[in-house]
Design a protein around this ligand. Structure first.
Ligand SMILES: [Zn+2]
Length: 423
């Protein structure tokens, strides 16, 4: 009889199947997550209708075994959270108290604070607490010369008096004047527990500034110090951001192999200087592209620096267009940072949009993808892809058609958790 001959294998197969299923369920318990439906998701170029699921704080297109919730995004436009690559608003406790909520409200979930002394950085970290709604990187202490920026600024007291230089040196910023200082002062850098190192160059091609009293406190490092400093920082696993003022500074920074240029040169032309001092060289642009050095333009700083002089601003903007255009053509990535007191990267986004140096999709990509990935290269952020962190903003409108939609945020989700609606 054929039947019994089949009976055994079928039973065996069933038993084996059940066993395998049991094993599989041991390896992977049933998944549970939330569906975000009827959204239009930014793919780097355009918005595409899709349903994404959030499982364990990560994005997936695979529907989980069990749906713990469904959220109807009602045609909203979904973008990754914004990032701010150059600011100082959150680098001390006072700033955190004053500005943290503005970052959350404006959808800025990643930010880099590019100076600050060790004590204020510690206080800022404490004030931010364990779940601040914004991830912050700290450069902690800037590195500059004894006569360098930010000395002049840091000496100014609220009552108009000047603090003694020794109160500022190696406290508000770290002084390095010789190559030997790099090793000697390195413990000060470490004491600040920085996430990255920030170094200052200010017209480093003009040694005559050192003896000019008008320049005291606004100079920067000797150019010869930068390459060994970058080497030391990289050896300690720290990236280096550099303030550059002139085209020559940009070249020094690129040759030294820095990671970030934290200002595009030429947001202002100094007295007796002109376009030729701020127009980037082809060779330095090429080298920046080859080395993957990212430029944080902070181009909006031109507005304040022009102090109402429309003619000066027009010249600066013409050169900003030229420099940025050549950088992008060579393949250098432009990140978004505002350096704006009381503002966020949205200020810089609006300025660059008016400058018309890149199309709206490229500009949005810079804000939501390039900049977050620059700040946190090890994390899966800045895109909607399988396994990426489930952090996103749902906008009321298409920001590629109407940029004001960037400030109309209907829903904020951070690491899979909806953030409370604003009061
Ligand atoms: Zn700055």
């Amino acid at each position: 009889m054929p039947a019994p001959r089949f009976a055994l294998p079928v039973a065996l197969a069933t038993w084996l199947g059940a066993g395998l299923a049991a094993l599989a369920s041991l390896a992977a318990p049933p998944t549970s997550g939330t569906a975000y439906e009827n959204g239009r998701w930014f793919d780097g170029e355009q918005f595409v209708a899709a349903t994404w699921y959030v499982v364990d704080g990560r994005l997936t297109r695979q529907q989980p075994d069990r749906l713990s919730g469904r959220v109807d995004l009602a045609g909203g436009h979904v973008v990754p959270p914004f990032a701010e690559a150059h600011n100082h608003n959150l680098q001390n406790a006072w700033g955190v108290t004053r500005m943290r909520q503005a970052y959350v409200d404006q959808g800025v979930m990643y930010a880099a604070m590019l100076c600050g002394d060790p004590l204020s950085t510690t206080a800022a970290r404490e004030a931010l607490g364990p779940s601040p709604g914004v991830d912050v990187l700290f450069a902690s202490a800037c590195i500059s010369s004894a006569d360098g920026h930010p000395l002049r600024m840091a000496r100014q007291q609220p009552d108009g008096s000047l603090a003694p230089v020794q109160d500022i040196h190696d406290k508000s910023y770290i002084v390095m004047d010789t190559v030997a200082d790099i090793e000697r002062k390195w413990p000060l850098v470490q004491a600040a527990a920085p996430d990255l190192v920030k170094a200052i160059l200010v017209h480093s091609e003009r040694p005559e500034h050192r003896t000019d009293p008008a320049m005291h406190g606004i100079n920067g490092l000797e150019p010869a110090l930068l390459a060994p400093l970058v080497e030391r920082a990289h050896g300690a696993g720290l990236r280096v951001a550099v303030h550059t003022e002139s085209a020559a500074d940009f070249d020094v920074a690129v040759q030294a192999g820095v990671d970030w240029i934290s200002h595009l040169p030429g947001y202002r032309f100094w007295k007796d200087r002109d376009e030729s001092d701020y127009r980037l060289d082809d060779a330095s642009i090429r080298l920046a592209a080859e080395r993957g050095i990212v430029v944080i333009a902070t181009a909006n700083q031109a507005v304040d620096a022009a102090r109402g002089d429309a003619g000066a601003l027009a010249r600066v903007q013409a050169l900003q267009r030229e420099n940025l255009g050549r950088l992008m053509e060579a393949g250098v990535q432009i990140a978004i940072g505002s350096d704006a007191f009381g503002g966020t990267s949205l200020v810089e986004h609006a300025y660059l949009r008016d400058l018309q140096v890149m199309d709206d999709a490229a500009l949005l990509r810079a804000l939501v993808e390039t900049t977050p990935q620059l700040l946190y290269p090890q994390r899966k952020i800045g895109r909607f892809e399988e396994g990426y962190e489930a952090s996103f903003l749902v906008l009321d409108g298409d920001p590629l058609r109407d940029p004001t939609a960037l400030s109309r945020i209907r829903v904020r989700v951070r690491a899979g958790e909806p953030m409370p609606a604003q009061p």
